[in-house]
Design a protein around this ligand. Sequence first.
Ligand code: ZN
Length: 582
Amino acid sequence: MNRITTVEELKALVSPMNVYEDYLRLSQRGRRRSALCPFHKEKTASFFVDTESGLFYCFGCHKGGDIIKFIEEIEKCSFEEAVSILARKAGVEFSRDKSPRATVEGKQRERIIQILSLSLKYYKDSLSNAGEKSLVKKYISERQISKEAVSELSLGYSGERGKLFSLLLKEGFRKDECASAGVLQEGRQGEYYEYFRERLVFPIFDLQGRTVGFGGRTLIGEEPKYLNTRETAVFRKRELLYGLNFTKEEIRKEDKVILVEGYMDFLSLFSRGVKNCAASLGTSLTPNQASLLKRYTNNVVLVYDFDTAGKSAMERALPILLAQGLDVKVALIPEGKDPDEAIKAIGAEEYRKRIENSLTFLEFIFYQYSKGNFFSLEEKLRFLEAVAGNIAEIKDPIKREAYLNELSDRTGVKKSLITEKIEKMGTIHSVEKELLNEEEFEIPEDEQLIIKALLSAKNDYLKKVLSMPKQILQSLKTSTLVMKLVEGVEISDERELKTLAFVNNSCHEINGIKNLEGAIYSLTKDFLDRRRQELTAKLKEAKKRGDNELADIIFRELSSMIANDVKNIQNMRLELKESKDD
Ligand SMILES: [Zn+2]
């Protein structure tokens, strides 16, 4: 590989247009090319790239710059990371000793990426070294996962307990770093252990092909059946789709994506040669994920489980996809079966046919509410209600009109009445949507759980949060809001209302009291760590200045704090342990 040492050299090497095309569908407009802006919502293209200079500019949101700036914006990464992404795309090695724009955060992220790629290698090796009679090999053959799929998707196995742990330490990584990468977990007694145990491991890659997290399917019937890496600095579940890095080209070529829910669904399709698919990682679909798909195609076929949960997940996904201007269809597969089972039951050929003949979203909702045959008045009303919200999301007037006609035909309700209803729904939806798209709400998962607990009707959740020391609540990013909720003050501030709506809509849910206690524990620990660091720094400074009196005071405060810490943490552990034993 060529070795490049300056950003200028690197930029001279790559063709920016090729890089833009990785992310956007550009159309020619004179010597410029245009696309719908990836950074703001729009119906007509105001995002331009100048083919000669390689610079971009959006007339809508006024973002602009060179290709590195573009990568920074679209990948939400640092300058340094954007440079290395660009180098990877150009197939060159880029290194320089010091960079002014490198940040501590960027370095930590690099460490996490290194830990993840080391773990990936370990998981893969464990799978290929596993004996033919091992649980993991048996599982793979039972589920008819092809050898090609195993190698193309880099599937792995969590391996013998403790092995990854010692490998990581041997390579010079700290336990807490490995925990923040999501491959180790800190236990309640402060001990560390491997996060994935006895699981088939699905590495999750970003669009550049870097490992950012893992999913694991239990081999020994443990709960949960599927386990994902916790949210980390590089793993943001709601901004990723599983498999998209492998399938994006095929999706673009076929101009269609088959969207499924889980890893196994994806694997099942991929193994059988259906390669224009992606999976939503088992969370409900987010606007971020929908806009990711839109980079490659306008056509989405939803293939979710056809049980009650799957159907309602589809209903939730519909308005999100429609709001991105995507055309959505729903494939009808045998009732009660997930895509994996279905493809086995009816065969790949028939399965493909069903995808070809999938229902429009209107037909799907109709099917849902009429149970496939006839409408009672009550069913008709529920149907209208369900559809109205979706049609309200469709911005294209022609499409909208077509759906309105179909809706009026199907129900026999006058079009003008339906339009009126939809307009009302439309205003409600656009407000909600604006809230969902607010990306500035970077609220840590643990904090979101605290807010959810305060909003919850469950007394034990509420009690837990109210028993937290006030200083800790006051140290949260959302402290003003949290304190208002604690004190029962009415919330009228617009920003706080938006935060509430955001948290309410977010995908992090309290999974039982232990989960909430875990969040409180780590918030408390963070708080104490910060305080201790502050005091230590102050102590150093006082000593440096020769202010012995002050140093003495701080020292005493620090020692008593550490003593208290120990007590606090012990108490919390005790509490956690007790509630675990309940
Ligand atoms: Zn824009």
